[in-house]
Design a protein around this ligand. Structure first.
Ligand code: NDP
Length: 505
């Protein structure tokens, strides 16, 4: 078990299966000139694509979706091979891809239709309309953890809104990126409207500086900062979907069996490599013992491995296991206790993810009593590690959940106070009595606040991100009094001032 090997071999990108290190494919590493050529090609295609109108684009995006759905088994195998994720996790990802693509194609016309707004007192003789037009070419930069589902949000919405896209997949998952672009080209006649570019961070940086009309970035907060700085150079607008440290709150009246099951799945599925995965749990002390016992029982029953019966696959990238072990070590050194999967100081344990030199397969770890200043409470761990801390009240739970730089997703289990607690959380999305449910609702905007970034993908707000807003007034009749002319006299201005005083005073 090696984990994903280094993805670069000279001028080529090598895609490998993290389960066994097997080479899956080789891709070029595109230099800035090639990125620029891809943007130029996408720009040429953009006028054709936007000229198709909503119905023409919808027909073609629906055709793409049908190809995707027909070839889901192939997509699932490819996602699993490049990320190491289990078949069930890859199947869920493929289903989300199909549903979100459907929503974008089906709703673009309604979301983007011109909207009449009141014309106000002074411009009563005009109609006023808000219109949304395509930006042109959108650069999409994607991560490796959901290599199809995450980029399909900005890709589908940008395309449905009439833009073309240049897409830079993660260096660890170029095959999924190529597959998405190839299936679209197969389904849609005419020039390519989704151009992939391959490479490492340098290729992503070149895309940011290429003069695209917007960059939609999903990845870590550290890289998000670099992307924003690069985009600032050309004043390229940017949408940042960055990391998270999502909290799950468990109230004393919660359905504990359901909450524990959700904590285990939300924290450990996809080997914990989910931006909106549960990383911190705050449970009311009145039910903490029972809840924690259920979590430990649920997590202990999971099989870690590479076979078809595994619940947790390997870490995708070679760097990730070391970072996860660091977080566990730091939490234990600061007084945290391991309830599962890591030894108490001085003790041995059958599975020891805190041991150096371990493999890319990390069995689940459940920690408790971890102080808030530990790395596992402040930084994204992105591994199969759940911290369950008890709190004296839900007041304290909200305070601790919000006391973190990230603000991506969150969840609340409570029979009576769910929506009320949800509203108080500083998070872009909250699921009540479930985890991650917001991810599966295509009409809900997805995104965070604080260190988790800004802007939205999915839903109407996500689609409008890929448009330029144009405000239009149209004069219907000549005004009785015209203030927008040098011919206005003191009488005109006097009457209008009296009008304003009377109506707005
Ligand atoms: P990274 O930040 O390492 O990389 C993201 C993408 O940016 C990759 O394609 C990467 O290329 C590229 N990149 C790297 N450097 C630059 C640069 N200087 N300029 C432009 N692009 C660059 O993230 P990961 O791929 O490791 O993904 C995991 C992270 O993504 C986690 O933090 C996770 O929380 C976050 N994420 C956030 C989501 C959200 O919706 N908020 C959803 C999913 C993940 P390369 O891979 O070649 O280095």
């Amino acid at each position: 078990m090696t984990g994903g090997a280094r993805a670069v071999d000279g001028a080529e990108l090598v895609s490998r299966d993290p389960r066994d290190g097997r080479e899956l494919g080789r891709y070029p590493r595109h230099a800035p000139a090639e990125v620029a050529a891809a943007v130029t090609a996408a720009r040429r295609a953009a006028s054709w694509w936007s000229g198709l109108g909503h119905s023409g684009r919808r027909r073609r995006l629906d055709a793409w979706r049908r190809v995707l759905v027909r070839r889901v088994p192939e997509l699932v195998r490819l996602i699993s091979a490049e990320t190491g994720k289990t078949t069930a996790d890859a199947q869920l990802e493929a289903m989300l891809v199909a549903d979100h693509l459907h929503w974008a194609a089906a709703h673009a016309r309604r979301v983007l239709r011109p909207r009449r707004v009141p014309s106000g007192l002074l411009m009563y003789n005009h109609t006023a309309t808000v219109e949304h037009h395509p930006l042109g070419v959108v650069g999409v930069i994607g991560p490796w953890n959901y290599p199809a589902f995450i980029p399909i949000g900005p890709i589908a919405h940008a395309l449905a809104a009439g833009n073309t896209v240049v897409f830079k997949p993660s260096e660890h998952t170029p095959g999924v990126g190529a597959w998405l672009a190839d299936t679209l080209a197969e389904a849609v006649d005419g020039p390519r409207v989704l151009e992939p570019v391959f490479g490492t961070g340098e290729t992503g940086a070149a895309l940011c500086s290429s003069g695209v009309d917007k960059v939609a970035f999903t990845g870590s907060t550290a890289t998000g900062r670099k992307v924003m700085a690069a985009c600032a150079e050309h004043l390229t607008p940017v949408l940042l979907e960055c990391g998270g440290k999502d909290a799950l709150l468990v109230d004393r009246d919660a359905d504990l069996a359901a909450a524990a099951e959700a904590a285990v799945w939300g924290g450990l599925s996809n080997a914990g490599q989910t931006c909106v995965g549960v990383e911190r749990v705050y449970v009311h002390e009145a039910v903490a013992e029972e809840f924690t016992a259920r979590v430990v029982e649920g997590a202990a029953a999971l099989r870690t491995g590479t076979g078809p019966d595994a619940d947790i696959g390997p870490m995708t990238t070679p760097e990730q296991p070391g970072l996860v072990r660091e977080h566990v070590r730091d939490a234990l050194a600061r007084g945290g206790r391991a309830l599962l999967g890591a030894p108490e100081p001085g003790e041995g344990a059958p599975h020891d993810p805190a041991s150096p030199g371990g493999s890319a397969l990390l069995p689940p770890v459940v920690l408790t009593d971890v102080p808030e200043d530990a790395r596992a409470m402040r930084e994204e761990t992105f591994g199969p590690v759940l911290v369950v801390n008890r709190v004296a009240s839900m007041e304290e739970a909200v305070e601790r959940a919000n006391g973190c730089a990230y603000g991506l997703g969150a969840a609340v289990y409570s029979r009576r106070a769910g929506p009320r607690l949800a509203r108080r959380l500083r998070a872009g999305m909250v699921s009540v009595n479930s985890v991650l449910a917001f991810t599966g609702v295509p009409a809900l905007p997805f995104g965070g606040t604080g260190a988790s970034g800004f802007g939205r993908v999915h839903g109407p707000e996500g689609m409008r991100e890929f448009t330029r807003v144009q405000s239009v007034t149209r004069q219907r009749v000549r005004p009785l009094l015209q203030p927008l002319s040098f011919r206005r006299g003191p009488r005109t201005m006097g009457v209008l001032l009296r009008l304003i005083r009377t109506v707005r005073g």
